[in-house]
Design a binder for this molecule. Sequence first.
Ligand SMILES: Nc1ncnc2c1ncn2[C@@H]1O[C@H](COP(=O)(O)OP(=O)(O)OP(=O)(O)O)[C@@H](O)[C@H]1O
Length: 233
Amino acid sequence: MIQLKNVNKSFKGQPAVQNLNLQVKEGEILGLLGANGAGKSTTINMLLGFLSPDSGIVSIEGMETSKEEKKVRKLIGYIPENVNLYPYLSGLENLDYFCKLAGMKYSKTELHEFLTRCGLQSDAHDKKVSEYSKGMRQKVGIAIAYAKKAKVYLLDEPASGLDPLASNELSEILKKLAADGATILMASHDIFRVREVCHRIGILKQGELVKELRSEEVSANELEKLYLEYMTN
Ligand SMILES: Nc1ncnc2c1ncn2[C@@H]1O[C@H](COP(=O)(O)OP(=O)(O)OP(=O)(O)O)[C@@H](O)[C@H]1O
C-alpha cells in the first residue's frame, strides 16, 4: 500500500507539495493529473525515497520511504517517461542484466515469459534495444519491475509520446498487473488515458490535491471539463 499523510515539500521556500493525503491499495491504480509543476514528480520522488518530505509521512507497505530507502526500493518498480536501457543489448539481455543487478537470476525461458507477459512480442526479445520504439522500451522497463517482483509500480508520464496503440497496450498491461495485486500510481497529462486505466484519479494543483474521484463517476468529457475548471479557477 502507498500512503501519504499530511505531506509537505518545498524547494527554496516554494511549496511543491502541500498537505497531501493519498492512499493506493493493492490491486488499485491511482492516476495523478496536474499541470506542469503541480507536484506529480515530487510526489513520485518522495515515494522513491529520493526526496524527503519536510513534514508528514510517505510510506510504502508501512515503511517510511526516506528512512527505509533500501528495503522500500526493492518493492518498487519505477517506470520513467523514458526507460533507460543498454541500446546494444537485446531486450532479453537488458532484462537479464538488470535482474542480476538486483540479485535475481532467471532462466532464458523465464526471461522470455516475463517479456511476453509485459506485452513485448517474442520476435523482438532478441533484437537490439536501439531498434526498439519507446513503447517497446517501456515494456522492457515494466518486465524488469515484474521480474523483480515489485509490489508497487510508480510511473511518471508513461503514455507520453506513445502512439494510441502502444498507449492502449500499456493500459492493458497495467490493468493486468493490478488484477494480479500490484499497487500502481501513475502521473500523467493524459486525461482520457488516466480515466480509462485508473480506478481513482487525483487532481493536483500547485501541490494541493484539489479533487479525488473514482473513474466510474465521470465520463471522459466530464473529467476534462472538471480538470479545466480546476486549472483555470
Ligand atoms: N529539485 C528541485 N529543485 C527546485 N525546485 C523543484 C525541484 N523539483 C521540483 N521543483 C519545483 O517543484 C514544483 C513541482 O514540480 P514537479 O516536477 O513535482 O511537478 P510536475 O507536476 O511533475 O510537473 P511536470 O508535469 O512538468 O512534470 C515546481 O514548481 C518545480 O519547479
